[in-house]
Design a protein around this ligand. Structure first.
Ligand code: PEP
Length: 246
């Protein structure tokens, strides 16, 4: 099992016009394994470009309810209506800057999956958690919040993204060996929680992936793709990472 998925997290960058131009440049390269995750206000513009191509379209967050009095929020079914296929959930910036808890993230993952989106569910440890050797318990806790008690027949559509917080936006990616060790640990935890479907689940690596390090990271047996921040804002770099995954 080695399918590759390369998701670009554009974070709070691009106006609709800028997003359209960036998506056009990426679509011109005809990537077969890409998902673009622009800010909410640029989703419609990017949908015009990705529609009818192999490129997936993702949001960076969603609410767990389908509709209601939740000012400023957007539901999974609204994202689908705008052409989305994927949604990033539990990114470390949502956890640390916006106080998202494991419990809230679990509700979002299940709500997105039930609505028909592919959740890109992020887990990962901080630098102090890595230095204190507690990364295993942190990641196990994050996984349990979503998968404990889950119906194994209903988990196949969830994609995990391992994103060590110390590697995000720092230029200091995990080494391929470090990342592979955690991916094996994640797959083992998933096996304990949901059994056999864990073998087929995609586990992406995220954290300072670029065109220079993508190939060695993506060649690891348990790394099934990448979640890319900074380098996804440059079409050539993002396309090079997509190519490295094939
Ligand atoms: C991210 O924000 O998901 C990310 C991986 O960012 P970067 O690639 O810039 O480290």
């Amino acid at each position: 099992m080695k399918k590759n998925l390369i998701a670009g997290n554009w974070k709070m960058h691009t106006t609709p016009q800028e997003a359209r131009e960036l998506a056009q440049k990426i679509a011109a390269g005809n990537p077969q394994n890409a998902v673009l995750c622009p800010p909410m206000t640029s989703i419609a513009a990017v949908a015009e470009i990705t529609h009818g191509t192999a490129i997936g379209l993702g949001a960076q967050n969603c609410h767990f309810e389908a509709k209601g009095a939740f000012t400023g929020e957007v539901s999974p079914s609204m994202l689908i209506a705008c052409g989305c296929t994927h949604v990033i959930i539990g990114h470390s910036e949502r956890r640390t800057l916006f106080g998202e808890t494991d419990e809230l993230i679990a509700k979002k993952v299940w709500s997105a999956l039930d609505a028909g989106l592919t959740p890109l569910f992020c887990v990962g440890e901080t630098l102090s958690e890595r230095q204190s050797e507690s990364w295993k318990s942190v990641i196990e806790r994050q996984l349990k919040a979503v998968f404990a008690g889950a119906d194994p027949d209903n988990v196949g559509g969830i994609v995990i993204a391992y994103e060590p917080v110390w590697a995000i936006g720092t230029g200091l990616a995990a080494t391929p060996e470090q990342a592979e060790e955690v991916h094996v640990f994640i797959r083992t935890c998933l096996h304990n929680l949901i059994g056999n479907p864990a073998s087929d689940m995609l586990i992406l690596y995220g954290g300072s992936v670029n065109e220079g390090n993508a190939r060695t990271l993506l060649s690891q047996p348990n790394i099934n793709g990448a979640l890319v921040g900074g380098a996804s804002l440059k079409a050539e770099q993002f396309l090079a990472i997509c190519a490295a995954g094939l």
